[in-house]
Design a protein around this ligand. Sequence first.
Ligand code: MTE
Ligand code: MO
Length: 161
Amino acid sequence: MSSPSISIEGAVRAGTSLAAGDLKALPGQVADVAPLVAGRSGTAVRLASVLDAAGVDSSATYLTVESDDASFAASVPLDAVREAVIVYALDGKPLPREKGGPFRLLIPDAARCGGAEVDKCANVKNVGVLRLDVGHGHDTRPSTKADHAAMHRKPGHGHSE
Ligand SMILES: Nc1nc2c(c(=O)[nH]1)N[C@H]1C(S)=C(S)[C@@H](COP(=O)(O)O)O[C@H]1N2
Ligand SMILES: [Mo]
């Protein structure tokens, strides 16, 4: 079996697929995300470096982030995630799936759940695809407070607030 990877596709110069080892070799390493994103830990790479690896087309306006099982997706303005990171390791080991691994997007200073286009719900776990879109893309985030609360009541759906 090939190692898990993130696929970067859509409005890019050259679509690519990056495994943890590839992410580790990129510039923009963050040894510990804790100072950047309160309450989180792990080793990360800046999203900007990851996107640079594929070469974002100037037409792209949104980043659509999808989980590897295709169950969850969030589409956020590219401009709003300039400071985001992809966590790929914890204590020198692959980030465990239950912590959102093998790859997790974390957006510093994201708004509270359901509070804005870039909220904590957009911190996608188990990231499989980063797609550069021209305009808003696939997004499974609940649009009403009631739907959001219902989603968080489902077993296994971790929630911090
Ligand atoms: N793959 C995946 N990522 C996801 C979700 C999900 O259901 N599946 N839920 C989102 C929502 S709604 C929130 S609020 C945060 C919760 O992250 P936490 O459990 O680390 O606090 O994860 C986000 N990332
Ligand atoms: Mo959420």
